[in-house]
Ligand binder design. Sequence first.
Ligand code: NAD
Ligand code: UDP
Length: 318
Amino acid sequence: MRILVTGAAGFLGSHLCDRLLAEGHTVVGMDNFITGSPDNIAHLAGNERFTFYRHDVSNYIFVPAKVDAVMHFASPASPNPKSPYGYFNLPIQTMKAGALGTHNTLGVAKAHGAKFLLASTSEIYGDPTVHPQTEDYPGNVDTIGTRAVYDEAKRFAEALTMAYHRYHNIDTRIVRIFNTYGPRMDLEDGRALPNFLKQALLGQPLTIYGRGDQTRSFCYVDDLIDGIVRLLYSDEHLPVNIGNALEMTILEFAQAINRITGNQAGETFLADERSARDPQRRQPDITRAKTILGWEPKVDLDEGIKRTIPYFKEKLGL
Ligand code: NAD
Ligand code: UDP
């Protein structure tokens, strides 16, 4: 297939390009570098099956030759209020990438008769009242809350994707991605893994926001991309959760990173760092992914962190 990947210079998008190329597909990457980096795709320069367009997907998208699939990953994704790369500080761009960007990429799929896959998120469940989160749980989201620019854009994107499927008969997929980590994460974007691993490798205490009793479930990037590619190849039009089902508190996660890296500096607790609407519990129910895609994660936390360390060391000059 010839596949358009938006957000190709980002963390997930660049791994997706690598995997699609390894499978023999031709990839058209698109990105405006608002939160991603050319470094993430520099190794693809010279690959005759990879082309790249610097373009903002919120504007009309023109793709010269036919594409068989469109995978829409372009969007700021970090919830850190202090990061210049987080969606708090890119609120309009985030809403435009989710709304206008989804409309434009669906338009490409319609014009080319191509499959379409939307990168959605566990954030559409908000601060969930159902645990673990199944795909039929509609979510607990505040339309004007601090995370709303991201959550509501993705909820709109899902609704628009289903509208194109139901009304225009486009062959669509929706993946709801849960917290994912691995090489090429932006060290400065303020998410838990980049903060913790950077701090641990520098021998600093890990910054726990609040008491650290909020939970997350962390998936290694190769596992996630495998699930997404299986979804692309499937016939499933309804949303599918992809993530690691191993739930842990953020304190347990930090302690695991200190153990794996041998960091002796422990943890420090910052009371007000991430206040309102930090979801308290998050764990995917991955029954649908197991049943429909025959997928489940294979890389455990120790192995995933060990595979991520060399990239962080290189970026930190260690
Ligand atoms: P990222 O910031 O590393 O990648 C996003 C990429 O999209 C960046 O390269 C950025 O420059 C590009 N982009 C943003 N707006 C654009 C626009 N208007 N036009 C063109 N390019 C644009 O983030 P990521 O973690 O790789 O996330 C990729 C996708 O996966 C996002 O849609 C995100 O919502 C989703 N997601 C990620 C996670 C995760 O844990 N990493 C979890 C849930 C959902
Ligand atoms: N977190 C933390 N310390 C940090 C960064 C994040 O305790 O230095 C917490 C954050 O408050 C949240 C969890 O880790 O409860 C996961 O945050 P992340 O930014 O990775 O993504 P989220 O799951 O909130 O979208």
